[in-house]
Design a protein around this ligand. Structure first.
Ligand code: ZN
Length: 296
C-alpha cells in the first residue's frame, strides 16, 4: 500500500508530467497542428520544400564564417525537443554575407532527424541548424522580434559508410543526455571546430525569408540552406533516434512542410550572372538553327 508521502510524490510527479505535456510536441495532442499563433496564421513559415528548378539563380556573394575554424568546448543539452550545442566562446562566432545588413552571432546549433527542409520532396536523414542573431539585438529571443533579426544556416547530412569524426564529441555528449530526466546538459569533453561540421564546398546555398520552425514560429529568419551535404554513419544517426523526450523516444523532430505562398527562393551560385546564361542560350539557339538549316 502507498504511504501518504508516496502518494504525495506521485501526485507531484503526475502534475509535473502534466505541465511538461502541456508544452508543444511533434506529435499527439500538442502536435504541430495545435501550435499557437503565427505557427497557424503566418504567411512566411518554415520549413519549406525547395524546388531546385524553380529557385532563382543569382550571385548573392559567398557566406563568410568568422571564427568557425577555432576549436571550442561547450555544452550539449537535451531540451526534450532536440539535441542542442552551446559553445563557450569569448569572441563571437559570426556569419557575414553581402545579403545581410549586419553581422550575426552564433548562439547555438541543434539537430532535426529527418530533415525539416526537403529538396524536390527529398527528406534527408538529418539537418543541422546553426542559429545566429543580428549582433545589435544581443540574443535570439530579442532578435526574433525583428524582421531579419535571425539568420539560420541549415546543413543536410547523408548516410555514409564512415563515421563523421567531427561529430564525435557532440555525439558522445548526446549519449549522456539522451535519457529524459527533464532538460539536462553535459559538457563537451573534446573541442568542436564548427567549420568541420559544414560542407567542404560552401559556395552554393539556397536562401529565402521564413520563420523559426518551433513555437512561437516568429517570421524573422533569413534561411541559408547549404546545397552540399555532410556525411554521417548509420551508427551515429542512431544516437539521435535514441534521444528521449517527455513524450517518449523522440523518433523524429521535424515540423511538416509549410506553404511557400508568394515567396521567392534564391539559389546562390558563385560567379553566376544572368547575362552569361543568356549568352549560352544564344549559343545554343545558334547551334540549333545551324542544325535545322542543315536538315532542311
Ligand atoms: Zn531547428
Amino acid at each position: 500500500m502507498l504511504t501518504y508521502p508516496a502518494i504525495l510524490i506521485l501526485v507531484v510527479l503526475t502534475d509535473l508530467h502534466g505541465v511538461r505535456t502541456a508544452d508543444w510536441a511533434y506529435w499527439g495532442e500538442n502536435g504541430p497542428d495545435k501550435w499557437p499563433g503565427l505557427c497557424q496564421t503566418g504567411k512566411k513559415q518554415s520549413p519549406i520544400n525547395i524546388i531546385s528548378e524553380s529557385a532563382i539563380k543569382k550571385d548573392l556573394g559567398d557566406l563568410k564564417f568568422i571564427r568557425y575554424d577555432y576549436a571550442f568546448l561547450g555544452k550539449v543539452i537535451n531540451n526534450g525537443h532536440t539535441i542542442q550545442v552551446q559553445l563557450s566562446n569569448t569572441l563571437p562566432i559570426q556569419l557575414e554575407s553581402q545579403y545581410l545588413s549586419s553581422k550575426y552571432n552564433l548562439e547555438q546549433f541543434h539537430f532535426h532527424w529527418g530533415s525539416e527542409h526537403t529538396i524536390d520532396k527529398y527528406r534527408y536523414p538529418l539537418e543541422m541548424h546553426l542559429v545566429h542573431y543580428d549582433e545589435q539585438y544581443g540574443n535570439v529571443t530579442a532578435a526574433s522580434q525583428h524582421e531579419n533579426g535571425v539568420a539560420v544556416v541549415a546543413t543536410f547530412f547523408e548516410l555514409s559508410d564512415k563515421d563523421n569524426q567531427a561529430m564525435d564529441p557532440i555525439l558522445k555528449a548526446a549519449k549522456q543526455v539522451s535519457a529524459w530526466v527533464g532538460s539536462s546538459s553535459t559538457s563537451l569533453r573534446d573541442k568542436v571546430i564548427p567549420h568541420l561540421l559544414l560542407p567542404k564546398d560552401r559556395t552554393t546555398y539556397y536562401t529565402y525569408e521564413g520563420s523559426l520552425t518551433t513555437p512561437k514560429c516568429q517570421e524573422s529568419v533569413t534561411w541559408f540552406v547549404m546545397s552540399e551535404t555532410v556525411a554521417i554513419s548509420e551508427a551515429q544517426l542512431k544516437i539521435f533516434h535514441n534521444v528521449s523526450s517527455p513524450d517518449g523516444i523522440l523518433s523524429f523532430n521535424y515540423r511538416p512542410i509549410q506553404a511557400i505562398g508568394d515567396r521567392e527562393v534564391f539559389h546562390h551560385l558563385s560567379g553566376y550572372s544572368s547575362s552569361r546564361s543568356n549568352f549560352s542560350v544564344h549559343i545554343y539557339l545558334a547551334l540549333l538553327c545551324t542544325f535545322l538549316i542543315r536538315l532542311s
